[in-house]
Write a protein that binds this ligand. Structure first.
Ligand code: IPM
Ligand code: MN
Length: 358
């Protein structure tokens, strides 16, 4: 049945994006054969090079093309020849907003064999999830200048929070915490209610109201600054965190380093609504200085592919990929840093393929 084919758009992007995407697709191909599902991938050349040639980031009709797929895989964006912000805004944020991917899901799991900067901590201590709102807050691009370029210049950058926006994110986080069903079964709201007394008051009130629908889920609250301390001191206390877009951006980098850094951290931009298209990406940037050297770590991209499978109706394949990755980090890799893995980019992909179904 053609409709059961998993249709993926892949945007390998800039720098080392294509190299890590190739490994994620290699793993997809292998696991699809093992698990027996059909897929097709349409490769899209969006990114810095195309922009420099054509002036276009998302081409005409591009969003509709993505809407015709089940999921999007994004390698990396960021090009030394393009000013910072252009591709981020024109591609990554554009897709998050236009496809209404209102959940940014960031699993924070320390895999076996992966080094964390936290002394004395191991995989049993670091296994939590951050649910970051992904369409509002300071990211809306609402604001402006007054008297730009003069000594009296004023710049305004507005944080926008809506009831609908926070409620759908908070409700999704409660559902997720319920289904994750960890022994802690706790959802922690991270915000700054003592200072952001309008916007984060809306989040706080909404969180309390939605919590009533989930009596089986324990709730907690951290101010964002305190969260940064607790995450380092007691990462094992967290189960699921739900937070605003800007704070989520910051704390997921902190969380990312606890799980071994950008070589392993992956994320999903989810539109969980019926017919919604979600996008999965390794968290690291395009790391242009390593381009073409076969030294970049593809584990984050392969983890992103596992997330894509999990959220696109292939949970068995997702679990197989996760298990294979844990086997490879735990027994085959010297480090997660580029050039220090003890293997090349392609070889790490091959090792994951070899470990599938084992
Ligand atoms: C992330 C990134 C993006 C963000 C940038 C590249 C716009 O840092 O996905 O966390 O700020 O959301
Ligand atoms: Mn970020």
């Amino acid at each position: 049945m053609a409709s059961s084919t998993l249709k993926i758009a892949a945007i390998p992007g800039d720098g080392t994006g294509p190299e890590v995407t190739a490994e994620a697709l290699k793993v997809l191909d292998a696991v699809s054969k093992l698990d027996g599902f059909a897929y097709d991938v349409e490769m899209l050349d969006w990114g810095g090079d195309r922009y420099l040639k054509t002036g276009e980031i998302v081409p005409e009709g591009g969003l509709d093309l993505l809407r015709s797929k089940h999921a999007v895989f994004l390698g990396a964006i960021g090009h030394p020849g393009v000013a910072p912000g252009i591709l981020e805004k024109g591609l990554l944020l554009e897709l998050r907003f236009k496809l209404d991917q209102y959940i940014n899901l960031r699993p924070v799991k320390l895999l076996p064999g992966v080094e964390t900067p936290l002394a004395g901590r191991g995989p049993k201590d670091i296994d939590f999830v951050v649910v970051r709102e992904n369409t509002e807050d300071l990211y809306c691009g609402v604001g402006g200048y007054l008297k730009k370029g003069t000594p009296d210049e004023v710049a305004v950058q507005q944080a926008i929070y809506t009831r609908k926006g926070c409620e759908r994110c908070i409700r999704w986080a409660f559902e997720y915490t319920r289904n994750r069903n960890s022994p802690k079964k706790t959802l922690t709201l991270v915000a700054k209610t003592n200072v952001l007394t309008f916007g984060h008051d809306l989040w706080w009130r909404t969180f309390q109201e939605v919590a009533k629908e989930y009596p089986d889920v324990k709730t907690d609250y951290n101010h964002v600054d305190a969260c940064c301390m607790w995450m380092v001191k007691n990462p094992d206390a967290y189960d699921v965190i739900v937070t605003t877009n800007m704070f989520g951006d910051i704390i997921t980098d902190l969380a990312g380093i606890l799980q071994g850094g950008m070589g392993v951290a992956a994320g999903g931009n989810l539109n969980p609504d019926r017919g919604g298209v979600s996008m999965f990406e390794p968290m690291g940037g395009s790391a242009p200085k390593y381009t073409g050297q076969n030294v970049i770590n593809p584990v984050a991209a392969i983890n992103a592919m596992a997330m894509l499978l999990e959220h696109s109706g292939q949970p068995t394949s997702a679990a197989w990929v996760e298990k294979a990755v844990a086997h490879v980090t735990g027994t085959k890799m010297k480090s997660q840093a580029a050039g220090k893995m003890g293997h090349g980019t392609k070889e790490v992909g091959d090792l994951v393929v070899a470990a599938l179904g084992g």
